[in-house]
Design a protein around this ligand. Structure first.
Ligand code: AMP
Length: 193
């Protein structure tokens, strides 16, 4: 099994790159943002609770997200590996993920951190809001999401750095060029399927 985390602030390209990596390497893509939006659309109790935080650009409580990830990993038990996108976003989530994977006799192999300047992030997210209609892609909430990233999520990078798993990748080149750099890192562990 090969498990990868795509790390980076909102708008850094995690979703876009995940879908190409998923297809090339036959990995299961788990995006907590997508899973939460799905719950919100279905108006499940979890979705109704999560929406309160998402609408304000705040992180959903750890226990909600960790429970969701745990059942998703169990559901895809025979996978070649996972790409975690938008998770973990706090140190508690990173520790919980290590425990969940350890329980399955595996772990995180590589963390690729997409580095994009803040003005470029805002530009991308505002543009995405126009085309995707995502309600949290408006300037007010974008600013809060970026603030939340620097307050709670950025420190997760040092957790993986200390474990020798973090690679920083410049994320403001073209989509194709960024993919080539990411692929070079992944190829050290796993070849395209
Ligand atoms: P994303 O699609 O990854 O940008 O996530 C959209 C929103 O979902 C975030 O602003 C958070 O409110 C929530 N969310 C997604 N992933 C997580 C996570 N791992 N922990 C807490 N909240 C999350």
């Amino acid at each position: 099994m090969f498990n990868l985390i795509l790390f980076g602030p909102p708008g850094s390209g995690k979703g876009t790159q995940s879908s190409t990596i998923m297809k090339s390497y036959h990995l299961e893509h788990i995006s907590t943002g997508d899973l939460l939006r799905d719950e919100v659309n279905k108006k499940t109790p979890l979705g109704v609770e999560a929406k309160k935080y998402m609408d304000q650009g705040l992180l959903v409580p750890d226990e909600v997200v960790i429970g969701m990830i745990s059942s998703k990993i169990d559901e895809k038990a025979g996978a070649r590996g996972f790409i975690f996108d938008g998770f973990p976003r706090t140190s508690a989530q990173a520790e919980a993920l290590d425990k969940l994977l350890e329980f399955k006799n595996t772990g995180i192999h590589l963390v690729l951190s997409l580095e994009v300047p803040e003005h470029e992030l805002v530009k991308r997210l505002v543009n995405r809001g126009i085309t995707s209609g995502r309600s949290d892609d408006n300037e007010d909430v974008i600013a809060k999401r970026i603030k939340e990233y620097y307050a709670k999520t950025e420190q997760v990078a040092s957790y993986y750095y200390q474990h020798g798993k973090l690679e920083r990748v410049k994320g403001d080149n073209s989509i194709e060029d960024t993919f080539k750099i990411l692929a070079k890192h992944i190829d050290k562990y796993l070849l395209p399927a």
